[in-house]
Design a protein around this ligand. Structure first.
Ligand code: R5P
Length: 308
């Protein structure tokens, strides 16, 4: 809601009210409170905890709009739940990222704008256009503005995140290091070893999601043991579940950079955290989609032509 308000202010437009309530049994009721026939609709909703309710809310909203003859239904979902299960990692598992894509498409959405899907290829699960933005340029800009790049190395906290870390290291012209970890259970990871030079360095660790903070705090500890001087963690989606705040407050992480892709309760924010807004970027994206203009320029951050 906060992000939606920020975006609407930037676009100098108002938010349309939606009646949203629960029946006694937990079912969700939605009513769009304004005529929408033929309108270009932008639903701004991060599908985050309670993930099942938020997802159902989104689907019911799309259905209500479809049945109200809305023109085009664009979903702006900076965070989409269930994208971590993007493949069968072992037998008899579901691929929830594909299931969510089916649900969203079937409900009648025309377009999805999202940020840092756990794996970029999830875009292909959708049969509607997906504009997939990445969070790392926002961090690159912040780190550059705050002059936090001297003696720095970019670190991927796991093998799966190397592509993301590589993009950041390329953009900033820094070396890359990689942490090798084994996942023992959901939200429990153990670092095996660190590949690359981190001794005496300022380590900029980049990840997509911080859920309980377990993975990243273990990664930070391993870096410290390997002689890292300073640890800056960047993560697009700060879910900060459970005792994440306490974990960070008691960790060796010096700075934690997050975005507002999901709403964060200030009481749950670790002391070392700083939240960077993606409102200005999303406002530009919406304006361009509405005016049928290319988004290409907004993706060309790699060329340091960031237009933020
Ligand atoms: C895992 O592959 C993800 O990129 C994140 O590292 C993970 O989901 C974070 O979870 P947690 O903060 O609970 O360790």
């Amino acid at each position: 809601m906060k992000l939606a308000t920020e975006i609407s202010k930037l676009l100098k437009t108002s938010l349309t009210e939606v009646e949203d309530k629960y029946f006694a049994d937990g079912e969700i009721y939605i009513k769009i409170k304004k005529k929408v026939r033929g309108d270009d609709i932008f639903i701004i909703q991060s599908v985050v905890a309670p993930a099942n309710d938020r997802l159902m809310e989104l689907l019911i909203m799309v259905d209500a709009l479809r049945r109200s003859s809305a023109g085009r239904i664009n979903l702006i979902c900076p965070y989409l739940c269930y994208s971590r299960q993007d493949r069968k990692a072992s037998s008899r598992e579901a691929i929830t990222a594909k299931l969510v894509a089916n649900l969203i498409t079937k409900a009648g959405a025309d377009r999805l704008v999202t940020v840092d899907l756990h794996a970029e290829q999830i875009q292909g699960f959708y049969d509607i256009p997906v504009d997939h933005f990445l969070g790392y340029p926002l961090f690159a800009k912040y780190l550059t503005d705050k002059k936090l790049l001297s003696n720095a190395v970019v670190v991927s906290p796991d093998i799966g995140g190397v592509k993301r870390a590589n993009k950041l290291s390329d953009l900033l012209g820094l070396q890359l290091a990689i942490i090798d970890k084994v996942r023992k259970a959901h939200n429990v990871a153990e670092v095996t070893h660190v590949v690359g030079e981190v001794e005496g360095k300022r380590c900029i660790v980049i990840d997509d999601i911080i859920d309980t903070g377990g993975s990243i705090c273990a990664a930070a500890e391993a870096l410290k043991k390997n002689g890292a001087k300073e640890i800056i963690v960047c993560a697009t989606h700060g879910l900060l579940s459970g005792n994440a705040k306490e974990k960070f407050d008691n960790s060796c992480v010096d700075r934690l950079l997050l975005t507002n892709s999901v709403p964060i309760d200030p009481d749950r924010l670790p002391k070392c955290a700083k939240v960077i807004s993606m409102g200005p970027l999303m406002a530009k994206v919406i304006r361009r989609i509405h005016n049928e203009r290319s988004l290409g320029e907004l993706f060309t951050w790699e060329d340091k032509r960031m237009k933020l």
